[in-house]
Write a protein that binds this ligand. Structure first.
Ligand code: AMP
Length: 552
């Protein structure tokens, strides 16, 4: 049975995990014996270094080191450049992080890794998800699923917590904030609602400290220069700020020194000042949480049992305090650095046991893999057969029966954005007509009818739009174009000839589209051309380029 590994590809730190024969997720340490690896890439002379060494190198070679890559996933404009001629897109940079995690784990475990589940913030849109999947492909991996981080954390949490509960997963990581309401039961995990901001995380707290240090430096030395324009000083301050922030999670005060051009300032940062500097960031997480709770009410969920904190930044005592103040409930910090990777491994294990189960039943019954899969989904397989095959799998793989059965948990997710197409309203204005609304359960499929705009129209350009607005018709400005598709039409169509557009969102939250021109009744699968993600020849080249580079 092929093992499927779980990878938390984080903004600041990443982590890889697998499930052992007892059904427990195990984190694999990297070559430096760390359980999480800084998601930092250093372009050394003839190779690429990822992790702590890269993070440390940032001080000496600031223009050859790249971090916070995840913030630019799906951003078609972003490239990291060094030595003028070398350019890398976020997908390629993330692929180096993945290769480091996978390479070190292969070395440690003495086996090859092919199939993985990679997590991303629930708040990621289509392009960001696609870019994450492409990063895996460039790294030579078979990405079985892109899984939402809160769902992943809830899976790990559900494994350790026997009771049925409705929990809020408050996930404040290095660069993103996700808040989700999840209904956890013994045999199912159901995401009710999700919200957040993919540009709000620990880095923003660090940035506030950096600004403060700069101001204090000017005050103490009288040197009124932009010390951050010096890359080396900027890196030094970034590292000092993150270190200070972490210390303030356990102490009341931290001393920091700032050196620039032979001048030195000694600064004492107290927890109180840090809280004042970052108050609005925390408040934003609270208001996003309230927004999400309002949406949950529309789905009949008016209360929750527990708040679970994940993500490294939720270690800050201010997070607990703010939550207690707001909801009068003591939140529970749950394995903040590893829960997401462990949940992804549990999900991977579920996929792999499921594959094996289907394969064996198909072999015994002579039915096709797809037939068995759909029978299994519809609970159409005899309990005795299921029990026997699960026992066989346990016997053959060395997995405990309870672990094999435990993997058979049902998971349902929601989508964090609304999706629609550009259409023209009765006044001739371009608007967005939504087909799928934010917080709909996935997978889902929606079909809506439109009409051609001109007599004899030869083709229709379908512009696919993503937004955060859950209304059927919204203004163009409120949505972002994520791709286009062109539908060729038969000749001689009259004005307003019907075209049916179908959006299908798969379990990963990735989108597929079909269109049907109803006169000739032609179904057309249309590839969505995403403008922001590496594809086609460029992808082939990126894979080749990655293969020829040593990553350590
Ligand atoms: P994650 O993306 O979940 O790995 O979270 C990483 C973020 O957590 C980074 O911004 C870290 O600086 C932050 N972090 C880790 N440990 C602590 C801590 N003890 N106190 C405050 N922030 C922390």
């Amino acid at each position: 049975m092929d093992k499927i590994y779980g990878i938390d590809l984080g903004t600041t730190y990443s982590c890889i995990s697998y499930v052992d024969e007892f059904g427990k997720p195990v984190v694999v340490a990297n070559a430096e014996n760390e359980r999480t690896t800084p998601s930092v890439v250093f372009f050394d002379e003839d190779k690429i270094i990822v992790g702590s060494v890269a993070k440390e190198s940032a001080k000496l070679y600031p223009d050859r080191v790249v971090s916070f890559i995840k913030r630019n996933m799906g951003n078609g404009e972003f490239v990291f450049k060094y030595d003028e001629e070398n350019e890398y897109k976020p997908e390629e940079l993330s692929a180096f992080v993945l290769r480091k995690l996978v390479g070190d784990a292969e070395e440690a475990l003495g086996e090859e890794i092919h199939d993985v589940v990679i997590t991303c913030p629930a708040y990621f849109g289509i392009n960001e998800r696609e870019a994450t999947k492409i990063a895996g492909e460039i790294a030579g991996l078979n990405v079985r699923q892109i899984l939402n981080e809160p769902t992943s954390a809830a899976l790990a949490y559900g494994l350790e917590n026997g009771e049925d509960k409705v929990v809020l997963v408050y996930d404040l990581g290095g660069g993103t904030f996700d808040i989700s309401m999840i209904d956890i039961k013994q045999d199912s995990i159901r995401v009710i609602c999700t919200g957040g901001d993919h540009n709000l995380g620990g880095k923003d707290f660090d940035d506030r400290i950096i600004c403060y240090l700069q101001e204090q430096f000017v005050e103490q030395t009288g040197i009124n220069e932009d010390i951050l324009s010096d890359l080396e000083t900027a890196q030094e301050l970034q590292n000092s700020a993150e270190r200070a922030k972490k210390i303030l999670s356990t102490r009341e005060m931290v001393p920091i020194s700032v050196n620039y051009n032979g001048e030195k300032a000694k600064i004492s940062l107290t927890r109180e000042v840090f809280q004042d500097l970052t108050y609005d960031l925390l408040e934003r997480t609270m208001s996003l949480t309230h927004e999400m709770l309002e949406e949950a009410k529309e789905k009949g969920y008016y209360s929750f049992d527990e708040i679970v904190l994940v993500g490294g930044s939720s270690r800050m005592p201010v997070v607990r305090e703010a939550i207690y103040r707001e909801f009068n409930i003591e939140p529970r910090l749950f394995d903040p650095d590893e829960a997401v990777a462990k949940g992804a491994a549990l999900y991977g294990n579920k996929l792999s046991i499921n594959d094996e189960l289907i394969r064996r039943i198909a072999e015994d019954s002579g039915e096709s893999f797809e037939e068995v899969r759909s029978n299994l989904e519809e609970n159409n397989i005899d309990d005795d057969i299921l029990e026997r095959v699960l026992q066989d799998i346990a016997d053959d793989t060395g997995f405990k029966l309870a672990a094999v059965k435990g993997a058979n948990i049902e998971i349902s997710n929601v989508v964090s954005k609304s999706f629609g197409v550009v259409a023209i309203d009765s006044k001739g204005n371009e608007i967005v007509s939504n087909l799928i609304f934010k917080n709909s359960t996935v997978p889902c499929e929606v079909t809506k009818g439109y009409g051609t705009n001109e007599e004899g129209q030869e083709s229709a350009l379908i512009r696919i739009m993503e937004s955060e607005v859950s209304e059927s018709v919204i203004e163009l400005e409120l949505a972002q174009e994520i791709g286009v598709a062109e539908l060729s039409l038969p000749p001689g169509l009259p004005y307003n000839s019907p075209i049916l557009i179908t959006f299908t969102l798969n379990e990963d939250g990735r989108l597929e589209m079909r269109a049907r021109e109803t006169r000739d009744n032609k179904n057309v699968e249309i590839a969505i051309e995403t403008t922001c993600v590496i594809s086609g020849d460029e992808l082939v080249e990126a894979k080749e380029r990655s293969k020829n580079i040593i990553v350590s």
